[in-house]
Design a binder for this molecule. Structure first.
Ligand code: SF4
Length: 272
């Protein structure tokens, strides 16, 4: 299987998305992620290759024309095929100042495929957003930085040992890449998962706000409350859910966090 260049592996296409960047968007979910966040809502995205699961139906959320076998998660697709899917809703992008968002999983894991898609979108004037954990090599960041219009960039835990414990990787590369993107002058929306007792601690939120305050191109901060919507997927795909005893954060708490981040010189929103 060729997962580089002209072909890639995705596991969903969501049309008319309104929480993954400006306007009405098509969100393309890339398969494969180097992280293993305890609170992940898309555990089926982790492995890069297509997988078969008994009894799941990944056609939910897909456009009917984008066919996949009933029990498959992930499908190999070419740049040209995907551009046909993306281009179908061009009129809505134009009217709403929307576009396409490449999400996942981690889209930077298939950087050659992503680069070609970004190029093709630019050629026909489609706005592009990359939703990323930021965990990629410096080369990949430099290659992608000037090709996308906007980055949705996750900041999860500033303490490196906690980051390693709850996501499986160090945060050093992620922080370094965020500084590099900022220096490239790219527009960035920071996304913070608000997970009770894990990311939602005074120490962590202070450290995140302090880090953001040194960046020049953060246009918005999104607070993404943990919710249990992904719980069913852990059952469906037979994966261990380490968060089964965790509840969603209270709205009053979210409002306090929003107030706390409003000291930064940018918009702050609860949700994407
Ligand atoms: S970075 Fe995103 S897709 Fe990857 S494990 Fe974490 S939450 Fe899931």
């Amino acid at each position: 299987m060729n997962t580089q260049g002209n072909k890639g592996v995705i596991f969903n296409i969501q049309r008319f998305a309104i929480h993954d960047g400006p306007g009405i968007r098509t969100t393309v979910f890339f398969k494969g992620c180097p992280l293993r966040c305890w609170w992940c809502h898309n555990p089926e995205s982790h492995k890069i290759l297509p997988e078969k699961f008994d009894g799941c139906n990944l056609r939910r959320g897909f456009d009917q024309s984008f066919s996949m076998e009933k029990d498959d998660v992930g499908k190999e697709i070419s740049v040209d095929e995907l551009m046909i899917e993306i281009s179908k809703d061009r009129v809505f992008y134009e009217e709403s100042f929307g576009g396409v968002t490449f999400s996942g999983g981690e889209p930077l894991m298939q950087s050659d495929f992503l680069t070609k898609l970004l190029y093709d979108c630019k050629m026909i004037g489609i706005h592009t957003t990359i939703d990323t954990s930021g965990y990629a090599s410096e080369d990949v960041i430099n290659k992608i930085a000037d090709k996308a219009d906007l980055f949705l960039y996750d900041l999860k835990l500033m303490n490196d040992s906690l980051h390693q414990k709850y996501t499986g990787v160090s945060n050093q590369l992620i922080l370094k890449n965020l500084i590099a993107l900022d220096q490239h002058g790219r527009k960035i929306i920071i996304r913070i998962p608000i997970v009770p007792e894990l990311t939602d601690t005074n120490e962590n939120l202070f450290a995140i706000r302090g880090f953001i305050s040194y960046l020049s191109n953060v246009v918005e901060v999104n607070l993404l409350p943990y919710h249990k919507a992904g719980e069913g997927k852990y059952l469906r795909y037979g994966k261990e859910n380490k968060m089964s005893n965790t509840e969603s954060p209270e709205i009053k708490n979210l409002k306090n966090i929003k107030q706390f981040f409003s000291e930064l010189n940018c918009k702050v929103k609860i949700g994407g």
